[in-house]
Write a protein that binds this ligand. Structure first.
Ligand SMILES: Nc1nc2c(c(=O)[nH]1)N[C@H]1C(S)=C(S)[C@@H](COP(=O)(O)O)O[C@H]1N2
Ligand SMILES: [Mo]
Length: 356
């Protein structure tokens, strides 16, 4: 402990550099996180464009990778500054007490964000709160505290950054940077297929699953069984059998599924253009559609699809993936697939589309 407390690696210069790196990674995570939030729950006045098709895949991949790469940085930063916890007297003034309270909030909030995010992408929920809501609101607390902390510490940063570091401190920072880089490298393959072989830390490999595609929620987990001959897809006044859908003009598109948990995978989808079908069913071009699945319960059993997305010719009610009839776990008989849209909204086992 004594060695830890007096380590020469702890210096203002080291703390400042780690602080700057954390400032960048938290900014990236905050911005991409907000983007994801508003794509999942857009306010009524906000219609996101459906292009570029890969935008959400990119921002959410970056969100998760940036969060993971932040873990070594945060641990190093906490190690660098933790002797301050025992400083005496604990508060020199009221302003100092407020400043320390803010740092406590920042540390606790950051740890919460990283741990809860990590457990979420590992599909582990040892808590009773709803992850997206807790992660979203804590992000504002953390980022707000971070901005004030950065302002408070700015003089130290300005003072210590121009001073060169000695070899040991440089070595320490390089080790931390390498740990961060390796963490990113071992997970980025869950979105970026050329690196999928080394994605050993990724909870989902992009090509493992039926039909070479991961599954988030299987039919069994969702309580959905294979549709029989009585299956109908209802949209507006139309009611179509599976054979009716197969007889309609089929289109093939290459689109990714981009899960909020960070993995993504592209596939070749074949099916009916939603715009064609909605028009035949009498939808006005500015209508809002609600896609409902056969699933009885579950947070993602329905999704709303707004005009920019359902009018996009790439948006399909897919019957096939990579040339094969959809596997039940991928949404047989019919699933929605649309560009630039979170995976949670790519509704599987579509039963009905409501036009409003
Ligand atoms: N009906 C329904 N559709 C759903 C879900 C669901 O739970 N229920 N999960 C969504 C999520 S979170 C993702 S990431 C994608 C994954 O599609 P896949 O299982 O075919 O890869 O499906 C989406 N469609
Ligand atoms: Mo997902």
């Amino acid at each position: 402990m004594i060695i830890g407390f007096t380590s020469a690696l702890r210096s203002e210069g080291v703390a400042a550099r780690l602080g700057l790196a954390l400032g960048v990674s938290f900014t990236v995570a905050f911005a991409t996180g907000l983007f994801s939030h508003f794509l999942q729950q857009p306010p009524a006045w906000l219609d996101w464009p459906s292009r570029p098709v890969w935008l959400y895949q990119l921002t959410q991949g970056v969100h998760v990778i940036a969060g993971l790469a932040t873990i070594p940085l945060l641990l190093a930063k906490l190690w660098t500054v933790y002797p301050k916890l025992w400083q005496w007297p604990p508060f020199r003034s009221a302003a100092h007490a407020v400043e320390r309270g803010l740092v406590l909030l920042l540390v606790a909030g950051s740890l919460f964000q990283l741990v809860s995010g990590l457990l979420n992408i590992a599909y582990t929920y040892p808590w009773s709160f709803f992850f997206p809501v807790a992660h979203y609101w804590t992000a504002f607390i953390v980022y707000g505290a971070l901005v004030i902390h950065a302002i408070n510490e700015w003089a130290k940063v300005r003072r210590s950054i121009p001073e060169p570091l000695d070899r040991d401190r440089r070595g320490f920072l390089l080790t931390v940077a390498a740990a961060s880089g390796v963490t990113a490298l071992l997970t980025v393959g869950e979105s970026f297929t050329p690196l999928r072989q080394v994605a050993v830390l990724a909870p989902r490999a992009p090509s493992i699953g039926p039909q070479g595609l991961p599954v988030n929620r299987s039919a069994l987990a969702a309580g959905v069984s294979a549709a029989g001959a009585d299956y109908r897809l209802d949209i507006g006044d139309l009611s179509l059998t599976y054979a009716d859908l197969e007889r309609l003009p089929q289109h093939t598109v290459e689109l990714p599924i981009a899960c909020v948990e960070g993995w993504s995978a592209s596939a070749r989808w074949t099916g009916v253009r939603l715009a064609d079908l909605a028009r035949d069913a009498g939808a006005a071009p500015d209508a809002v559609l609600t896609v409902e699945s056969m699933e009885k319960r579950g947070g993602y059993r329905t999704s709303e699809i707004r005009p920019p997305h359902w009018n996009d010719p790439l948006t399909l009610l897919a019957l096939r993936v990579n040339g094969e009839r959809l596997h039940l776990d991928h949404g047989y008989p019919v699933r929605l697939i649309a560009p630039n849209r979170p995976g949670v909204h790519q509704t599987k086992w579509v039963r009905r589309i409501v036009i409003a």
